[in-house]
Design a protein around this ligand. Sequence first.
Ligand SMILES: Cc1cc2nc3c(=O)[nH]c(=O)nc-3n(C[C@H](O)[C@H](O)[C@H](O)COP(=O)(O)OP(=O)(O)OC[C@H]3O[C@@H](n4cnc5c(N)ncnc54)[C@H](O)[C@@H]3O)c2cc1C
Length: 456
Amino acid sequence: MNERGVSRVAVIGGGISGLAAALRVRDLMPSARITVIEGAGRLGGKLYTDEFAYGRIELGAEAFLVRRPEAKRLADRLGLALDAPATTQASVFTDEALRPLPSRTMLGIPADLTALAQSGVLGPADVAHVNDEPDRPGPLLREDIAVGVLARQRFGNALVDRLMDPLLGGVYAGFADEISVRAALPQLAAKLEHTPSMVVGARSLMGSGVTSGPVFNTVHNGLSALVELVAATSGADIRLGLPARELQRRPDGWRVIVGMSRERQMVEADSVIIACPARPASRLLRSVAPHAAESLAQIEYAGVALVTFALPPGTSLPPGSGVLVPAAAGLDVKAVTFSSQKWGREGTPIIRASLGRFGQERVLARDDDGLAELVIRDLLAMGIKVPTPIATHVQRWGGALPQYFVGHLDRLEQARRALPEGLAIAGAGYDGVGIPACIASGQRAADQILTRRVIR
Ligand SMILES: Cc1cc2nc3c(=O)[nH]c(=O)nc-3n(C[C@H](O)[C@H](O)[C@H](O)COP(=O)(O)OP(=O)(O)OC[C@H]3O[C@@H](n4cnc5c(N)ncnc54)[C@H](O)[C@@H]3O)c2cc1C
């Protein structure tokens, strides 16, 4: 038992956030009894590597940022071999053509105006308007605002529609005009309290020189290897296929009711880390922390589907790692990754397309063949003609990506303040959607329940 009287910890949700939390609990308290309660039949949540067409592919996330240290540090600690992409040059589909995505932008906000002009993504008049932005006066950031709304004021519509929207769409499956600048770009938002210029803010954060090394890495054997090793190293008792149904307060801590009605089980714990998406987290908190539950219930999610094709050997694809598609292009596909090219894998060419944006998920109601047909149609519209795939896989992710709407950070703070002692929340719904941010979120939740320091 530690200084806070904790010896039994339950973690609800066996995605990377929950597993990172479990491992941190083990690091801080080697004798802890840790139980990870996972509703699905496997660990990993949105990290899911599986066999497909003579190889392994990622059916969810495919890589992690290395400029944020948490994921790489964890993989290095566990001795996992990492791969860097063979190419990171992506394109964006604008004006009926594939154009190179300009280098050195923060989710589309340019730090390098020359690279933006050379990319051809904007016409000369729009480039000139963006070039003037650093000298244009404007109010300092006082209140949260949607990053696209702010950027339209600073740059005009073209940069938002052609560059920011597809980049934000790739990360959040949402729209620039709805996503909070404070939540999506917290460091830039802090700069904008002192300068009105988004270019000046982006430049000061990205530095003036070219940073060396790849931006992304992935695990050589697939991200599921990371999941399995984190789980094993945590030494937690892993309970699969047992959704947490209810959380009850007990005189000596907490009781989690898990499983279907006939096979209900109880897990007793001194502290509970709730590391599932915001909606189930909200349901679990309803009776024990209604204010926190109410705040979390406001976090919306977008559904997405990934369609992966294995193509006949020798199929020729456009150069680079893939294509981002602005919503304004009017297609259903929002991004295509030339996976085999991106990761320098010989053999069967693999491409994967992503569909589904927040509020526009009706496209996902189509059956698998219908989705595959849509992808072929949209590829053709972009000038990418592919032969009949030799294999197709469709992966649907309902409730895939949280939407950090304006005011997200305030709602989150309210939720955390309303949590009783012994409960903490972690996950993509709160502190960042990327894998490193999820790991940090899980670690922070573990710190919160195990140390006297209360971290909001
Ligand atoms: C298609 C896609 C591609 C992505 N690509 C990338 C990428 O390339 N790089 C990157 O950094 N990020 C990427 N992301 C984001 C990143 O993968 C996720 O944000 C992250 O993996 C979420 O981890 P998590 O543990 O917070 O949540 P999840 O992975 O959602 O895990 C939560 C777990 O909780 C379980 N659960 C839910 N309810 C209950 C309950 N009542 N009881 C018990 N268990 C429950 C779920 O089954 C799930 O296993 C991608 C996301 C998606 C959807």
